[in-house]
Write a protein that binds this ligand. Structure first.
Ligand code: PLP
Length: 413
């Protein structure tokens, strides 16, 4: 039996879950390997499957649900906007567009925003912006611009982006790629950054914490030192905060932990509180100000619906103090996870409510532990083989963390 057939067998034959899984497996490409649970409803930190069983969501759609499932304020904004105007494309101005861009810029201390949809599109936009800045402002010859990236990066799944992934599965069968466009250096290595910069380097693209790589937190001072190198060498510092931004790590942006402001800040996921894809690149007039009409665009990017949910999502993050709550609850959660002293756990790492529990190699991969957690009513997903990621909505309370810890202790004990 392959693992997919085993998953089918785990859902009760003939149940609503089994029917849904069977249909998905038959008619959808197998580009994911979901846990065998079929969800039908969500509220706050909780989700329910089609058979009515309740689970604590410890994944939050890879940090897209920082505000929790169906936050009433965001859903109200979505419904009200849906009753007024959903889409006109950027061929016309709309009433909330400028306001949303302004709020984003104010929040991030930046001058301009460029709105897109998915995180990968925002990363692509940042890449285009850095290359354009290189050519138009710094005089780098066309088609020669380089952007330094890190090993184990994850920036999305478009063909440009997977071309500089160090993960063979993400990259190998999807080429051809432009050789030399994205020199790769080890993560958390400032000396390597210094060495990698050439006269054609226009940017350094980096995640302040590598999420998909298994919640890899760099050494203290890394971001500040990288910023210093970029400034001195006239290279744009590009932070991909699609996963770490908007409160997840205990600050509004993860780079705030080191008081660093990037030249280009890339946001997505929680920008819409889990309702629809909304992403953005933020930067200065020297960079984003170089765009001319027709250089870049997106039919849905910055739609009235996106702006309405975006504005509500930011309001919820600020007014409910989600970064502070993530710092507080995250520190508590991480301390209690470490205190479990599980013989199966090598170590616990992370920041705020982005936490990785690294299972010892000798205890096998993390996936079976995630399946055992599912049976206990907790949905968590493995990342990079050995790591269980715990990243619940930031609205989670201490008592809900305690509820989870009791069950996690049973699974890891
Ligand atoms: N960048 C980072 C750091 C991410 O974690 C992700 C998704 O997990 C992306 C970019 C891509 O975002 P999306 O899946 O919305 O394209």
């Amino acid at each position: 039996m392959d693992s997919r057939t085993q998953d089918l067998a785990k859902a009760q034959p003939g149940s609503a879950s089994a029917t849904s899984i069977e249909r998905a497996e038959r008619y959808s490409a197998h580009n994911y390997h979901p846990l065998p649970v079929v969800l039908a409803r969500g509220e706050g930190v909780w989700v329910w499957d089609v058979d009515g069983k309740r689970y604590l969501d410890m994944l939050s759609s890879y940090s897209a649900l920082n505000q929790g499932h169906r936050h009433p304020r965001i859903i109200q904004a979505l419904k009200e906007q849906a009753d007024r105007l959903t889409l006109v494309s950027r061929a016309f101005y709309t009433d909330l567009f400028g306001l949303f861009c302004e709020r984003l810029c104010t929040l991030a201390g930046q001058e301009m925003a460029l709105l897109m949809n998915s995180g990968a599109e925002a990363v692509e936009t940042a890449i285009k912006t850095a290359r354009m800045w290189g050519v138009r402002a710094r005089g780098v010859p066309r088609d020669r611009a380089q952007i330094v990236v890190c090993e184990n990066n994850f920036h999305g799944r478009t063909t440009t982006i997977v071309g500089f992934s160090s993960e063979p599965q993400y990259r190998d069968d999807f080429g051809p790629y432009a050789p030399g466009a994205f020199p790769m250096i080890p993560y958390d290595d400032v000396a390597a950054l210094e060495r990698a910069i050439t006269p054609h380097t226009v940017g350094f693209l980096v995640e302040p914490i590598q999420g998909e790589a298994g919640i890899l937190v760099p050494s203290p001072g890394y971001l500040r030192a990288a910023a210093e190198v970029c400034r001195r060498r006239n290279v744009l510092l590009m932070f991909d905060e699609v996963q770490t931004g908007l409160g997840r790590t205990g600050k509004m942006f993860c780079c705030d932990h080191e008081g660093v402001k990037p030249d280009l800040l890339i946001l997505g996921k929680a920008l819409s509180g889990g309702t629809l894809p909304v992403s953005a690149v933020l930067g200065s007039r020297q960079t984003l100000g170089l765009y001319q009409p027709g250089d870049h665009g997106s039919t849905f990017g910055g739609s009235p619906l996106a702006c309405a949910v975006g504005l509500a999502s930011l309001e919820v993050i600020v007014e409910e103090r989600l970064p502070e709550r993530a710092a507080d609850t995250g520190a508590y959660f991480m301390e209690r996870l470490r205190a479990l002293r599980s013989p199966r756990v090598d170590h616990v790492r992370g920041r705020g409510l982005l936490i990785g529990v690294c299972i010892k190699d000798a205890c096998g991969p993390a996936r079976p532990f995630c399946e055992a957690l599912q049976a206990e009513g907790i949905l968590a997903k493995e990342t990079h083989g050995q790591v269980i990621r715990f990243a619940p909505p930031l609205v989670i309370s201490r008592s809900e963390v305690d509820w989870a810890l009791e069950r996690i202790a049973r699974v890891l004990g």
